[in-house]
Write a protein that binds this ligand. Structure first.
Ligand SMILES: Nc1ncnc2c1ncn2[C@@H]1O[C@H](COP(=O)(O)OP(=O)(O)O)[C@@H](O)[C@H]1O
Ligand SMILES: [Mg+2]
Length: 326
C-alpha cells in the first residue's frame, strides 16, 4: 500500500483543538524547516502562533532571516506568527541561581557551614541539568498561555526523548523527596512547643515543581491538544531513528501525529539520460520509500520534494506550506 490515507491537512482538520505540535527526527532532516512551515500555516489560519526553539543549537533566526534570539518577534505578514529562540545559557544561569538560594537556605536550616558552591556545581554540571532547564522553559511557555498555537522545534531525538521521559522520572523523584520532607516537618512540629507552621521553601518548591510536572504531563499526553511529528528522509539512518523514536513515544503515552517524508527527488525531473549519480539516488530513495510505507503506512502525513535550493526566508516557507498542507 503506497498511498497516503490521512494527509497533514486532514489530520489538522480532524484535530481542531490541537495546540502544541513538535517536530522530531535525526539532525539535518528538515525539522526546523517543517516547524517554520507549520507555524506559518497556523498563523494563516488566523491563530496567534508561537514558533519556539528549545534546541541549544538554534537555527530559527537563520531560517526566518530575522533575529529572534532571546525574544519573541513577529516573523510574518500576518502579524500572527511569532518566533522565539530560548536563550538556554540565560535559563541555566537563572536555574543555577535558584538552586543556589535553595541550597543556601537548606544549609542554614540544617546548621551546616559547608559552602553552597560545591553542591551547586555538582547539581548543575551535567547535561541532564541543561535539558531539564530547557524542559522547564518549554513548559513555562505552555503555561503562560499567550498563544493559540505552539510549534516547538525540538532538539535532536535522544535529547527530546529524555526531555519527555524526564517528567516521569521527576515526578517519582519529587514524590520521594516530598515524603521525606513531610515526615521531617511533622516530626519537628510534633517536637516543638510552638504550634506555628514552619516555613519550608524547599518543600514549597518541590510541591510547585510536582504540580508543574503533572500539568505538563497531562498536556503532553492529551492527543486532542498535542501531536509529535517525525521528519525523515528516504534514507536508512533517519528511518531507523524515527522508528525507534515512535516506539518510545508510544511507551510514554505521548501522541504521535505522524511522519513527514522530506527531500524526495522528483522522478519526473530525472530523465533517462540523467547522470548515473542522480539515477542511483533515485533508486535508493525508491527502495527506502517502500520501507517507509511498510513501517509507517497510514501514519505518513506528507511527501515533500527536494527543492533546488535550501529553504530560507518567507517565500520559500510559503512554497513549503503548499507542499506540507496540500
Ligand atoms: N525539501 C527540502 N529541499 C531543499 N532543502 C531542504 C529541504 N528541507 C530542508 N532543507 C534544507 O536542509 C537543511 C537542514 O534542514 P533543517 O530544517 O535545518 O534540519 P534539522 O532542523 O532537522 O536539523 C537546511 O539547510 C534546509 O534549508
Ligand atoms: Mg533544526
Amino acid at each position: 500500500m503506497n498511498r497516503m490515507t490521512i494527509s497533514m491537512r486532514k489530520f489538522m482538520e480532524a484535530h481542531p483543538s490541537l495546540k502544541y505540535i513538535f517536530f522530531g527526527g535525526k539532525g539535518g532532516v528538515g525539522k526546523t524547516v517543517m516547524a517554520g512551515t507549520a507555524a506559518l500555516w497556523s498563523a494563516q489560519q488566523g491563530k496567534k502562533t508561537l514558533l519556539a526553539s528549545t534546541n541549544p543549537v538554534h537555527s530559527l533566526s537563520n531560517l526566518l532571516e530575522k533575529d529572534v534570539f532571546g525574544k519573541a518577534a513577529v516573523v510574518c505578514d500576518e502579524e500572527k506568527c511569532f518566533a522565539f529562540e530560548i536563550d538556554t545559557k540565560d535559563t541555566i544561569e537563572r536555574s543555577k541561581q535558584e538552586i543556589r538560594e535553595k541550597i543556601n537556605w537548606f544549609l542554614k536550616f540544617a546548621d551546616l557551614t559547608t559552602k553552597a558552591d560545591d553542591f551547586v556545581e555538582s547539581a548543575t554540571m551535567n547535561p541532564a541539568f541543561e535539558e531539564s532547564a530547557m524542559f522547564e522553559n518549554m513548559t513555562d511557555l505552555m503555561f503562560r498561555d499567550e498563544y493559540d498555537f505552539y510549534v516547538f522545534d525540538t532538539a535532536p531525538t535522544a535529547n527530546a526523548r529524555r526531555l519527555l521521559g524526564m517528567s516521569k522520572v521527576y515526578s517519582l523523584w519529587v514524590d520521594k523527596m516530598l515524603k521525606s520532607r513531610e515526615e521531617a516537618r511533622s516530626l519537628r512540629e510534633l517536637l516543638s512547643f510552638t504550634k506555628k507552621k514552619e516555613e519550608d521553601p524547599l518543600l514549597d518548591y518541590l510541591l510547585s515543581f510536582k504540580d508543574r510536572m503533572a500539568k505538563a504531563q497531562s498536556l503532553l499526553t492529551n492527543d486532542a491538544l498535542t501531536a509529535f511529528f517525525f521528519v525523515t528522509l528516504p534514507e536508512s539512518l533517519p528511518i531507523a531513528v524515527i522508528t525507534r523514536f515512535i516506539n518510545w513515544f508510544y511507551e510514554f503515552g505521548i501522541p504521535v501525529g505522524g511522519v513527514i517524508v522530506n527531500g524526495i527527488i522528483q522522478k519526473d525531473q530525472v530523465g533517462k539520460d540523467a547522470p548515473e549519480f542522480v539515477r542511483n539516488r533515485v533508486a535508493m530513495q525508491e527502495e527506502h520509500m517502500q520501507e517507509i510505507w511498510e513501517i509507517f503506512n497510514e501514519r505518513v502525513r506528507a511527501l515533500i520534494p527536494l527543492f533546488e535550493t535550501e529553504v530560507k526566508g518567507g517565500k520559500m516557507l510559503q512554497r513549503m506550506v503548499e507542499h506540507l498542507f496540500v
